[in-house]
Design a protein around this ligand. Structure first.
Ligand code: SF4
Length: 423
């Protein structure tokens, strides 16, 4: 019996919303827009080597900030380790425990064994890199000491339900973000083509490259495989989006909903977290009768409309309902389509808050403030001054300016994002 089946008289437990924090700024943004937990990597032992990642001091500050806001922090140590990688691991694990992180994300059984010995009280989360696709595998890893399992992205809802029924450990699933065309951690394209190891966090994303056809007896003759004049991206998957499936995933008793994207921008992190937070809050307020048929629960259209404004290559529900087919690939372009772009991030609140500019902007422009929840506040920029008090006719990326708007931006809010429709 699952957690949520055992309390059918009550609304189901709403899972944790787990957001990517590629650096301190993204952590703050995820916390601001409503994540319950964030995951991040240190300078060693973590995939996503190019995500920026945290040195120990920055991580300590990030943990402190998150905990002050009631948000948990999980740290990735999910490389597949070689012998040399164990040098310094003891000290690193001990440092994580001293920092009071809430869990470590691991995929290598050797690192898991080390962690159990060195920091036995630190919760262990099994990374998606371990490819848990069945209940026997789930039971195995729980018996090894993992308290939480991130299930493989290749599972259907029915398979998740079956695993939930058979194991009592925490289950986490990815609900949003980029997809690999292989099982996570099983793709060698990057290693072969660019000598960058995806399993050490350095994937060069050749699945997003454009390809042509070469017949082996005609060297040098490249046959175009064209969807349009831009070529064809035959390995290029659409992005995962399980927003519409949240009611059924909640009813299935999943414990944590994870958003992919430690290398994505703060605009993406803030925008996606904001919508999923609003969706989970929407579910929290439903009457218990609604949970008699979770498949019938629908979000208002604006939820998906807002997701589409964060930048996506198109969306797929991947394996959750049926095996994905060619419609789940995107052949015309490898770039994420983004109809909105960030203008600025609020750094210091006030009647004319100090904002950090992300795209060039001029007085007179109409922009909008992304509030927590789905509410948007349209404002017109009246004037901008730099920190020395000089009035500006335009502000460029990186500038820090005091911005006066009509209506005024909400006072007392920092870390919020201002955006506009792309020109
Ligand atoms: S090349 Fe693409 S499919 Fe392969 S590991 Fe990198 S992101 Fe994943």
């Amino acid at each position: 019996m699952t957690k949520n089946e055992s309390c059918k008289e009550l609304n189901p437990v709403i899972p944790e919303l787990l957001a990517p924090a590629g650096n301190y700024e993204k952590l703050v943004t995820a916390v601001h827009y409503g994540a319950n937990a964030v995951y991040l990597g240190g300078k060693k032992f973590s995939l996503r080597a190019k995500a920026g990642n945290f040195d120990n001091e920055m991580m300590r500050q990030g943990v402190q900030f998150a905990h002050e806001h009631g948000v948990k922090v999980y740290v990735t140590a999910n490389i597949f380790a070689h012998n040399k990688d164990f040098v310094g691991l003891d000290a690193y694990l001990t440092a994580l425990q001293t920092m009071d992180v809430d869990g470590i994300i691991i995929s290598d059984p050797g690192i898991l064994g080390y962690a159990r010995k060195i920091v036995p009280t630190l919760p262990i989360h099994l990374s998606t890199q371990a490819n848990v696709t069945n209940h026997a595998s789930a039971s195995f890893w729980l018996a090894q000491g993992a308290g939480r399992l991130n299930l493989a992205r290749e599972l259907s809802l029915q398979e998740i339900r079956e695993i939930r029924k058979k194991v009592s450990g925490e289950l986490e699933i990815f609900v949003h973000g980029a997809l690999c065309i292989s099982y996570s951690g099983r793709c060698m394209l990057s290693n072969y083509m660019t000598d960058r190891d995806a399993n050490q966090g350095s994937c060069s994303h050749p699945c997003r490259f454009s390809y042509t056809l070469l017949e082996e007896k005609r060297p040098g003759e490249y046959f175009p495989v064209e969807e349009d004049e831009r070529g064809t991206y035959i390995f290029n998957s659409k992005d995962l989006c399980l927003l519409d499936m949240l009611p059924q995933l909640v009813a299935a008793g999943v414990d944590s909903l994870k958003i992919e994207g430690r290398m994505k921008s703060i605009f993406y992190v803030g925008g996606v977290v904001r919508v999923y937070r609003a969706a989970l809050d929407f579910l929290t307020l439903l009457p218990k009768e609604a949970w008699e048929a979770p498949e019938a629960i629908r979000f208002p259209d604006e939820f998906m409309q807002e997701i589409m404004k964060t930048g996506t290559r198109g969306t797929t529900e991947n394996f959750i309902n049926e095996r994905p087919g060619s419609a789940e690939m995107i052949y015309a372009s490898s770039r994420a389509e983004q109809s909105y772009e960030p203008v600025a991030v609020i750094r210091e609140p006030g009647t004319e808050p100090l904002v950090e500019i992300r795209n060039q902007v001029v007085p007179g422009e109409h922009i909008e403030y992304m509030k927590q929840g789905l509410e948007l506040v349209p404002v017109k920029i009246i004037s901008m001054e730099n920190e020395a008090g000089t009035s500006l006719s335009k502000a460029n990326p990186g500038n820090r300016v005091h911005m006066r708007t009509d209506p005024p931006l909400p006072e007392g809010v920092s870390h919020g994002i201002l955006r506009r429709q792309k020109r």
